[in-house]
Write a protein that binds this ligand. Structure first.
Ligand SMILES: NC(=O)C1=CN([C@@H]2O[C@H](COP(=O)(O)OP(=O)(O)OC[C@H]3O[C@@H](n4cnc5c(N)ncnc54)[C@H](OP(=O)(O)O)[C@@H]3O)[C@@H](O)[C@H]2O)C=CC1
Ligand SMILES: N[C@@H](CC=O)C(=O)O
Ligand code: NA
Length: 434
């Protein structure tokens, strides 16, 4: 069976896909019986040097040539506006589509998913989450018999790479980000990575697959790594924790939490060991119990592998439409987003080292029913008070589980205490990862 594959967008991922098809098409045919033929590759700039030379007869600057000459159209331009137009146009002209575009799918993808479904066409997006990790397929197929209780993961390669470089190799943030860009890990707009949006797009997609509802993206709690301070990473380490940017989705009854934030996890937890550009996802299903997937979360070749997985699934879909697991699962249950998380917290207050300070902070926490698990106070002075010139030290409080709303209200009261300087640091702590 010969299948024509066309690509729009020949950047980091597109180049990887071209190379994988050109180099491994024989192997693919031996294994699957499918002969993939590159039809056309569109990009707006063919002057730029790439990892491989794309054969001249395949190159075009007009995406319509891709649409006209392909059975499967692969969208790898990124961004929302043109990508959406391209995918809808491809679907409307009866083409199966593969995309890596989590930004578009999470924020504005419902129409696309519906269009593919209504037209009985394949829409693959394995590459949109976890780079080379086959997580979409696992949720859609392998675990489709289970109710998914929770998903927790490190879902962004760039931020995990930056955190690793900063914390283990003492590089500064900008240096580490520049390396991530040069290695092709970062988004065209890297604020999507750094400020947590990319992880949020990915956890929204995984939640959709797991819970069968299109997550209202504006309700996802998103915090990135921009404000992480080394002092907290070091203090957390003393308490036995490692800091990671975690994406979490948890379902309890008809409520789903979907959130992304820097998180302390126990240092002996497998997720704490996931470093560099690697990602990992922990799933918990009602029958299977826990499953962990690990692999490179970004980069040309791992992501191209996921694109190829979708291309081959699209071919199988073409060959046998009936009963193919492509159908999206939309739950008839009414689910809502729960923003009142229940978790442990690491709090840091900058305070003067004098009697009664801890008691005054503890009193406010007690007023909101927040129980203290442990306290760490350093004698090392971090700075002199802006108010009175007296030495200021970090006071760290680790709480037992508390509700987010109570914590927010307690902090509003605590910042008003005359002994507390500036804004407290709040980092959520997840103990129950694996
Ligand atoms: N990089 C990675 O590790 C991963 C990326 N993804 C996703 O894959 C997609 C592609 O990412 P990536 O390859 O890194 O991005 P790149 O920016 O490297 O590649 C995109 C390519 O598309 C070109 N392009 C943009 N707009 C148009 C247009 N209108 N017509 C023709 N060509 C166009 C770009 O040209 P120009 O450079 O001139 O803008 C560029 O060559 C994104 O959705 C991204 O989120 C998913 C998983 C991993
Ligand atoms: N920018 C993303 C690329 C893969 O999705 C990341 O760093 O994870
Ligand atoms: Na994937």
């Amino acid at each position: 069976m010969v299948v024509r594959v066309g690509i729009v967008g020949c950047g980091t991922v597109g180049t990887g896909v071209v190379r994988l098809i050109l180099e491994n098409s024989h192997l693919i045919q031996q294994r699957t019986g499918i002969r993939l033929e590159l039809s056309k590759v569109a990009d707006r700039d063919w002057e730029r040097e790439r990892e491989i030379e794309v054969p001249h007869h395949l190159r075009t600057t007009d995406y319509r040539e891709v649409l006209e000459n392909s059975d499967i159209v692969v969208e790898l331009v990124g961004g929302k506006t043109f990508a959406k137009q391209l995918i809808l146009e491809a679907l409307k002209s009866g083409k199966h589509v593969v995309t890596a575009n989590k930004h578009l799918l999470a924020e504005d993808g419902k129409e696309i998913l519906q269009e593919a479904q209504d037209r009985g066409l394949f829409l693959g997006f394995e590459a949109s989450v976890g780079g080379g990790i086959p997580i979409v397929k696992v949720l859609r197929e392998s675990l489709s018999s289970n109710r998914i209780k929770s998903i927790q993961g490190i879902l962004n390669g760039t931020t995990n790479f930056i955190l690793t470089k900063m914390l283990e190799e003492e590089e500064n943030f900008e240096e580490a980000l520049n390396q991530a860009k040069a290695l092709g890990y970062a988004e065209a707009d890297p604020t999507l990575d750094v400020d947590g949006w990319d992880s949020a797009h990915k956890i929204a997609i995984l939640s959709m697959l797991a819970y069968g509802f299109y997550v209202p993206f504006e309700e996802v709690h998103v915090e990135g790594i921009r404000n992480v301070e080394l002092l907290d990473v070091e203090l957390g380490k003393e308490l036995g924790y490692t800091l990671k940017l975690l994406a979490i989705a948890k379902r309890v009854d008809s409520q789903v939490e979907v959130r992304v934030h820097p998180t302390f996890i126990p240092s002996d937890n497998p997720l704490a060991k996931v470093s560099d550009v690697y990602n990992a996802v922990l799933l918990e299903g009602d029958f299977v119990s826990k499953v962990m997937l690990y692999g490179k979360g970004a980069g040309s070749h791992p992501t191209a592998t996921s694109v190829l997985s979708d291309i081959l699934d699209a071919v199988k879909f073409m060959a046998c439409k009936e009963g193919h697991p492509q159908r999206f699962f939309w739950s008839s249950e009414k689910l809502e987003i729960n923003k009142n998380f229940y978790s442990r917290y690491y709090l840091r207050f900058d305070v003067p080292d004098r009697p009664g300070v801890l008691a005054s902070v503890a009193r406010v926490l007690a007023d909101y029913n927040i129980s203290i698990a442990s306290v760490l106070q350093k004698e090392k002075v971090c700075h002199l008070s802006g108010r009175e010139g007296q030495p200021i030290i970090p006071l760290v409080i680790l709480t037992h589980k508390a509700y987010e709303k109570d914590m927010k209200r307690a902090l509003e009261d605590i910042v008003k205490l005359p002994v507390v300087e500036g804004n407290p640091v709040l980092i959520r702590v997840e103990e129950e990862v694996y």
